[in-house]
Write a protein that binds this ligand. Structure first.
Ligand SMILES: Cc1cc2nc3c(=O)[nH]c(=O)nc-3n(C[C@H](O)[C@H](O)[C@H](O)COP(=O)(O)O)c2cc1C
Length: 161
């Protein structure tokens, strides 16, 4: 069995819930990507062009700081990486995470939750933050609070548990 890590960012708890189910199904370690400054409800207001999330996502080069604790990345061969879709892609804090660690030679399988949008150009966008020998695959959009069984069935298609 490959060494598996589940890493996720979740601003309001939806992605966290599916991340926990993936970790359970894969019997994997779980790591939360935590922002140095927590996102408030006002920060997450996508209708306000001046909100923190709107400003960050308008600049794909923004790199919101993360709490620097040691993510157990080096031991992992496969990393499930989850986040909410923000403005049709991954929040730029996910780029911060990818740039902070060395993912060379690893496979990153994305999962996300959203209000309905798909991954769009998420993969292309995240590839800019890893080396050429890191594989990033789209994985699955896990909307609608999927059951543990549904998640386990998907995880089995990615890694042997
Ligand atoms: C700033 C912001 C931008 C968003 N942009 C999108 C979007 O482009 N498409 C979409 O379907 N949902 C969008 N959403 C909704 C979130 O993707 C959705 O609520 C997600 O499940 C939240 O996950 P979380 O609780 O783990 O943060 C957006 C939410 C926020 C806060």
């Amino acid at each position: 069995m490959s060494q598996v890590l589940v890493a996720y960012f979740s601003a309001s708890g939806v992605t966290k819930k599916v991340a926990e189910k993936i970790a359970k199904a894969a019997e994997a370690e779980i790591y939360e990507i935590q922002p140095k400054v927590i996102y408030t409800t006002e920060d997450l207001d996508w209708k306000n062009k001046e909100s923190r999330s709107s400003i960050e996502m308008a600049d794909h080069g923004s790199r919101p700081e993360i709490v620097d604790i040691d993510a157990p990345v080096s031991d992992a061969e496969v990393v499930f990486l989850g986040f909410p879709i923000w403005w049709y892609i991954a929040p730029t804090i996910v780029n911060t995470f990818l740039e902070k660690y060395d993912f060379s030679g690893k496979k990153i399988v994305l999962f996300a939750t959203s209000g309905g949008s798909g991954f769009g150009e998420t993969v292309e966008n995240l590839k800019k933050s890893v080396s050429v020998n890191t594989e990033i695959v789209e994985g699955k959009l896990l909307n609608g609070d999927p059951s543990q069984e549904e998640i386990a069935a998907w995880v089995k298609t990615v890694v042997t548990v």
